[in-house]
Design a protein around this ligand. Structure first.
Ligand SMILES: [Fe+2]
Length: 273
């Protein structure tokens, strides 16, 4: 309803809540769109600490207004009896509540708009990594925030350059968050050898100690550059796993730190209860 917004590989497409929209994937030349969806019960916006009190990006922000792309011009579509799915607040099965509406005329009939709320794209390649002599804490990777969660990205970057630094992260147990990682590209150094590949999604629940693969620490010493691309969602409320998540589980993953597996007939590797 705000106009056409094209997307390309590596784009975040930020769609405000209650924006009537549709996806038209480009299928020319056999192109396939693989989309990772982050849905929230709030708006998703740049971190407040990167914005001035006037709402502009500050100079230490890892991206700025020039990196955001909105729709260029209105998109007008003719149509009668157009079906529109309206998602609304509620506690339906799986947290999804909605209404299937039929509009007499096409909702894409907006001839112009003004204001500060609109969809836009931001490409992960335009994120300028913040690096340091010693290990930088996860918030340097933050790109967006919503109610009770943050979105971070790990991009190709120069790594810690103190002569005694250990470039992979330290062990931690997520005191305040559940941590979902989506491995987009490159080679994620800290989990090398754990079975993580491009397209993998890992879930490290709060309280569960985790860190680099045992051999990854030694392998990272002296490294100057990590060629990794991953998107992380840290939630400050506990996450539940849906059917698809449970069906896709690799039960060996949770044991990759231990170097051993569950005993025959022993407790289940994972329980959702
Ligand atoms: Fe973690």
């Amino acid at each position: 309803m705000f106009g056409e917004l094209s997307y390309r590989t590596g784009d975040y497409v930020v769609v405000p809540r209650a924006t009537t929209h549709r996806w038209l994937p480009d299928t020319s030349d056999g192109a396939v769109s693989r989309l990772y969806v982050i849905e929230a019960n709030s708006h998703i916006s740049p971190p407040k600490r990167y914005l001035s009190r006037f709402g502009q990006f500050l100079e230490h922000a890892p991206y700025c207004e020039r990196d955001l792309y909105g729709p260029d011009e209105p998109l007008l579509v003719e149509g009668d009896d157009v079906e529109v799915l309206v998602r609304h607040r509620g506690n339906g099965p799986g947290g999804i509540v909605g209404t299937r509406m039929t509009y007499a005329t096409h909702p894409f009939d907006v001839v112009g708009w003004d204001g500060c709320l609109y969809p836009y794209t931001f490409n992960i390649e335009d994120f300028e990594p913040i690096t340091g002599r010693v290990h930088q804490p996860p918030p340097v990777h933050q790109v967006f925030e919503g109610h009770n969660f943050v979105v971070c990205n790990f991009v190709p970057r120069k790594v810690d350059y103190h002569p005694l630094s250990v470039p992979v992260p330290y062990y931690h147990s997520n005191v305040d968050s559940d941590e979902v990682m989506f491995y987009v590209g490159g080679d994620y150094e800290a989990r090398k050898g754990s079975g993580i590949n491009i397209g993998s999604i890992s879930l490290h629940p709060g309280g569960y100690a985790h860190g680099p693969q045992p051999s990854a620490i030694e392998a990272s010493l002296g490294a100057e550059y990590f060629d990794e691309l991953a998107v992380m969602v840290d939630t400050f409320r506990p996450l539940d796993l849906g059917e698809a998540g449970l069906a896709a589980e690799d039960p060996a993953y949770a044991w990759t730190w231990a170097g051993r597996g569950p005993e025959e007939g022993g407790p289940a590797v994972f329980s959702n209860s």
